[in-house]
Design a protein. Structure first.
Lengths: 295, 353
């Protein structure tokens, strides 16, 4: 993992100067310190998830019981699946809406653009708790009104969590995709139009491939945020819709056991796999272009 | 014969900015037409309106007789070579060139064959698999050219296509482009702010400034008979001697001296006599030729150019530049000597604002 990171770092910093003497020593020490700071807690977490003792801080010999407990527990299973379902749905929807709003803001002029632009970033600035309370109020009122008017039986649960996650993920996706779009000359789209492409074809064959890395990055971000969220989810969740982080949070209140460590390690692995995958994809693409340079 | 492009009374405004101000322009079929002017004068905007990337605020635009006013770019029989090439970075040279054919629904193998032919035409044989980032500036330029030409447009629009190339490559490409245009017989509308490029390459050219079309004509007409002060100054080097019209063949210069200058402007009009440096001659003070206009001055500086010498001669309130070919036996006039600057009256033009 860290090797992968090192490789990317050295590739981007092509023109950096090699340090000498004590500068080199200090820099090296600093590097190790930062790594220790990052990874020591993770290392401890991983080690104690294998500890055969109910007390988190005490090593009681090696065991896989906590992982077994995680796999066997119907509650953790249910929470995991809830998380995955919500993350998937909210990622897909927010990627589509976020990309569309990024395109609108970056490529078109329309009335109220500046207001829309400013408001779009609100969810990034507002504290989670505020957002959570807003959502809670909103769904309480909104679902009541819908149920009264249309006779539906909407309750808090999947739809309220997914909608909240979509609401804040759109901003993040939009920011990432916009950065990518801003770096792409609008002349490319004009060139496509000049070469007989319709607006849709220009998007499909020129804009989309150009912003795809941004879209994937945005999707990764949206998925990570959704999988991680505790505060907002806790406010808008309903019966039967406990997500994994919310479940872990609940466990802690009832006393910390290494089961939490095991669950955390699983979650950690999941996010690291996502990051590693994205780096790998990037690497393969680069190798591909380098090889083609040959002839 | 219908003309390739017919622009009548076209104006383009961006908010308060008038980018193109009521221009009329006709470009013939098979013509190499240059659009010349300083930065920001509206060249790109004019070109973009022909391409359909910008719609005129006012006026009529016809391509081969068809009114295209607000037709989108993908419905016009024209293609563009963009100012910065605008190649698709994720596609290799072949796919870049074949893009237009694919969008028109040409089948894959035909598109591939025609794209490869065009890549050969622009002398990029064997480079079809390279991405734009793996090509030099000159090669990218050729891909951009091929990408437009492969569609066999009726009019090819080029926006400063050589602007990013170094001098040597630029001169090479100028020759190639001109040959290509003559062989294909397609109208080229070529935007540039380099007057030399416009003069050497075009069949006819237009000079623009500040959104207005100042003069249209062959390079020779424009160089020899500039229609106003801006054109005289912008095309080539010139000395502008300020004065007033006295009668149809005399101009009274600002210092009271009379020189020959043919014009049909009313008496008293403020004008300038445009004297090209290479049309003026230096001689000793007493050398008076009949039928030659002359003013007297003092040599201020001499610049040696190898094939010529450029003199700056102070003449009352202004400095005149004179270019003397460096021939065997041509006399050198040292700085400080008094000289007479003379010229053939038919070699100057009288220009107003
Ligand atoms: N999209 C736009 N919005 C507002 N103003 C514009 C726009 N496009 C062009 N202009 C203005 O219109 C005028 C003409 O611009 P244009 O790009 O046609 O100039 P140009 O002759 O091509 O210049 P250059 O040689 O620098 O490329 C300029 O003043 C420019 O600022
Ligand atoms: Mg321009």
């Amino acid at each position: 993992m860290s090797k992968l990171l090192d490789k990317t770092a050295s590739r981007t910093a092509g023109s950096a100067v090699e340090p000498h003497g004590w500068t080199k020593g200090v820099l090296l020490a600093n590097g190790w310190l930062v790594y220790a700071f990052f990874y020591a807690p993770i290392l401890l977490l991983v080690i104690f998830s294998f500890s055969d003792s109910r007390n988190v801080g005490v090593w009681g010999g090696f065991t896989l019981d906590w992982y077994e407990g995680f796999v066997d527990s119907r509650q953790t299973q249910a929470a995991l699946w809830n998380s995955v379902k919500i993350a998937t749905v909210s990622t897909v929807v927010s990627v589509v809406l976020g990309t569309m709003s990024a395109l609108a803001l970056e490529r078109f002029k329309f009335r109220g653009k500046q207001v829309f632009d400013a408001l779009l970033y609100l969810p990034i600035i507002i504290p989670d708790v505020t957002m959570a309370v807003m959502m809670l109020l909103f769904f309480a009122e909104f679902f009541d009104v819908l149920n009264a008017v249309f006779g539906t039986e909407l309750r808090k649960g999947f739809s309220s969590i997914a909608l909240s996650h979509i609401a804040f993920s759109i901003s993040f996706v939009s920011v990432v995709v916009r950065a990518r779009l801003a770096g792409m000359s609008s002349h490319l789209e004009e060139a496509a139009l000049d070469l007989y492409a319709t607006r849709w074809q220009a998007f499909r064959f020129v804009t989309f491939p150009q912003i795809l890395p941004g879209i994937l990055g945005g999707a990764l971000l949206a998925m990570t945020i959704s999988l991680d969220d505790v505060v907002i989810t806790q406010f808008v969740t309903g019966p039967g819709w406990t997500t994994l982080p919310v479940y872990v949070f609940g466990l802690i209140r009832r006393g910390v056991t290494p089961l939490i460590n095991a669950v955390s390690v699983v979650m950690l692995m999941a996010s690291m796999t996502l990051v590693a995958l994205s780096l790998l994809v990037e690497r393969v693409r680069n190798v591909g272009t380098n090889q083609r340079r040959g002839f | 014969m219908t003309s390739a492009v017919e622009i009548a009374g076209i104006t383009k405004r961006f908010g308060d900015v008038v980018a193109v101000d009521n221009i009329d322009l006709t470009i013939a079929d098979g013509e190499f037409f240059a659009l010349l002017g300083p930065s920001g004068c509206g060249k790109t905007t004019t070109l973009r309106m022909i391409a359909g990337l910008e719609f005129p605020t006012q006026g009529s635009l016809k391509i081969f007789g068809d009114e295209v006013g607000t037709l989108p770019p993908n419905k016009r029989p024209v293609n563009t070579v963009f100012q910065n090439y605008a190649l698709f970075p994720h596609l290799n040279a072949l796919d870049n060139v074949a893009f237009g054919l694919k969008m028109q629904g040409v089948d894959k193998s035909t598109a591939r064959r025609r794209a490869l032919e065009t890549i050969d035409l622009v002398q990029l044989t064997g480079m079809d698999a390279r991405k734009p980032s793996e090509l030099s500036g000159g090669q990218q330029q050729r891909v951009a050219l091929a990408r437009a030409l492969v569609n066999q447009p009726k009019v090819l629009l080029l926006d400063e296509p050589l602007g990013a190339l170094d001098l040597k490559l630029r001169q090479e490409m100028q020759g190639e482009l001109k040959n290509l245009q003559q062989n294909l017989g397609v109208s080229f509308v070529f935007v540039t702010h380099d007057q030399e490029e416009a003069l050497t390459m075009s069949d006819r050219m237009a000079v623009m400034n500040d959104g207005k079309l100042l003069q249209v004509g062959t390079p020779e007409e424009i160089y020899e008979h500039p229609s106003n002060r801006f054109v005289a100054d912008f095309i080539g080097q010139t000395n502008l001697l300020e004065g007033r019209v006295l009668d149809s063949e005399t101009v009274c210069l600002a210092n009271g001296e009379h020189v020959t200058g043919i014009s049909d402007l009313p008496r008293g009009s403020e004008v300038a006599v445009s004297l090209r440096p290479e049309r003026a001659h230096l001689g000793p003070l007493d050398e008076i030729h009949s039928r030659q206009a002359a003013v007297d001055g003092v040599v201020e500086s001499v610049t040696y150019l190898g094939n010529a010498r450029v003199y700056h001669v102070r003449f009352d309130w202004m400095v005149i530049e004179v270019r003397e070919e460096n021939r065997p036996g041509s006399t050198l006039h040292e700085p400080g000597t008094s000289v007479s600057v003379s010229w053939d009256p038919s070699a100057v033009s009288v220009v107003a604002d």
